[in-house]
Ligand binder design. Structure first.
Ligand code: ZN
Length: 432
């Protein structure tokens, strides 16, 4: 299939930053962008789409989520991380069955696709169900089976999550034209023991896989780790050999200058989760410092139970303004930096250098924004418009791998009504 987008406002990224190509043309052949220009290409395209009044930009990348947690949207509101997780969320998760995750994954994908997310990195139970949902929906994802361990004498052979993680990697890594990749994952320092963390990190490095963690989300987490091991969670994971693999670390709110030096030395990417950090009262990650130090910072929503949605436009908005307000400096984080976090930096974190910008040779993962909405006019500064005015509901088209998944309110790969019915059934079972 070949598609030509005509008369679009195209958001392009070059060394100088973002610029908009007015009345531009973008051609897609198969899964790849094969033309970007200000005049119509000579080559023929099977389908031509008039994109007048629409801004076409790279799809957004949600680098830290637990998408089946839409099952718990709004539960435990008002609690801090520890009470929220151990006393509210874990008991519900103990009751989860495979069908719940299958239904909730598809339900969450409706929200994400309609909101302009084209790729995400997820950490949850029954990930093979999420793999199937992603395959069906047509989005891109780095998925994993996260490992936990509460017994310091447990061996690798006794840890069934490691077994599942390895099997998932063998079966699905690179599936669906490489749309699906399988990462390794340790849930967090406080939910794992050294013996398992060390052995599993070695298994990850042996396979050349990537690692996804929760890291230094709160001051309490750091304090308790120092009490247990005499080092911060960042130093602990370094000792475990975890950072020998390309690592994505969610949160990094409570990281010292020494911690950040370790992250930088090992090229660890950080996922900034503004809403989750504010909602759970975790604090303000030192994003300016991390960017200045050359650490790759991407964006995530975290799960819908601590957000309470999967809307990356809200994350961009908060990332653009919260640090400025907190530090009383309106120049602290630029809109360009925020757009990078939601696109190219996320692509880098996922190990996917073929997405994140609109350019010839890149995968056609892109979205269109309907500029006819009153809150998107006038357009003086496109990056500012996207970070501080645009809403997820302004997305009118979502394309991944050259295939349109969502267009003018219609889902083209998922049966929304059937999925809503399955979600209702899962909720009835879970909260019976
Ligand atoms: Zn999380």
């Amino acid at each position: 299939m070949s598609i030509l987008l005509e008369h679009a406002e195209l958001l392009l990224r070059d060394a100088a930053g973002y610029r908009t190509l007015h009345d531009g043309y973008l051609g897609i052949r198969g899964s790849v962008i094969d033309y970007v220009g200000e005049s119509a290409p000579e080559a023929p395209y099977a389908r031509r789409l008039d994109m007048r009044g629409k801004l076409v930009m790279p799809g957004l990348i949600n680098c830290h989520s637990h998408i089946p947690m839409v099952l718990m949207r709004g539960i435990g509101s008002g609690l801090g991380l520890h009470e929220w997780l151990f006393e509210t969320i874990f008991p519900i998760e103990d009751r989860l069955v495979r069908e719940d995750v299958a239904a909730a994954s598809r339900f969450a994908l409706l929200e994400m696709i309609a909101g302009g997310t084209t790729s995400f990195s997820d950490m949850y139970f029954f990930p093979d169900e999420t793999v199937r949902a992603v395959a069906e929906a047509g989005v891109r994802a780095n998925l994993n089976r996260c490992v936990q361990c509460f017994d310091e004498n447990q061996t690798v052979e006794e840890n069934h999550q490691i077994k599942e993680s390895l099997a998932l990697f063998e079966q699905y890594h690179g599936a669906e034209n490489d749309r699906i990749r399988i990462d390794f994952s340790i849930h967090a320092e406080y939910t794992c023991k050294p013996r398992i963390a060390r052995a599993y990190s070695a298994l990850c490095a042996e396979r050349g896989a990537r690692m996804h963690l929760h890291l230094s989300e709160t001051e309490r987490e750091v304090r308790e780790c120092i009490e247990r091991y005499g080092v911060t969670p960042v130093a602990w994971f370094e000792q475990m050999g975890t950072f020998d693999s390309p690592t994505a670390a969610a949160h990094c709110v409570a990281v010292s200058a020494e911690d950040r030096a370790i992250l930088r030395a090992h090229h660890v990417s950080v996922i900034h989760n503004p809403t989750s950090n504010l909602k759970l009262g975790s604090g303000f990650a030192p994003v300016r410092e991390m960017l200045d130090e050359g650490i790759n910072v991407a964006l995530g929503t975290d799960g819908a139970a601590s957000n309470n949605n999967l809307n990356l436009f809200e994350e961009m908005h908060l990332a653009a303004i919260m640090h400025d307000g907190y530090h009383r400096d309106p120049t602290l984080i630029s809109d360009t930096e925020v757009l990078d976090m939601a696109t190219v930096n996320g692509a880098k974190l996922q190990g996917r250098d073929d997405v994140g910008v609109l350019a010839v040779g890149k995968k056609a993962d892109l979205i269109a924004i309907d500029l006819s909405r009153p809150h998107l006019y006038p357009v003086f500064d496109t990056p500012a418009l996207l970070t501080c005015s645009a809403q997820a509901g302004d997305v009118c088209m979502t394309m991944v791998d050259g295939k349109i998944l969502y267009e003018n309110g219609e889902f083209l790969t998922l049966d929304a009504e059937k999925i809503k019915a399955q979600m209702r059934a899962a909720l009835a079972r879970l909260y019976a």
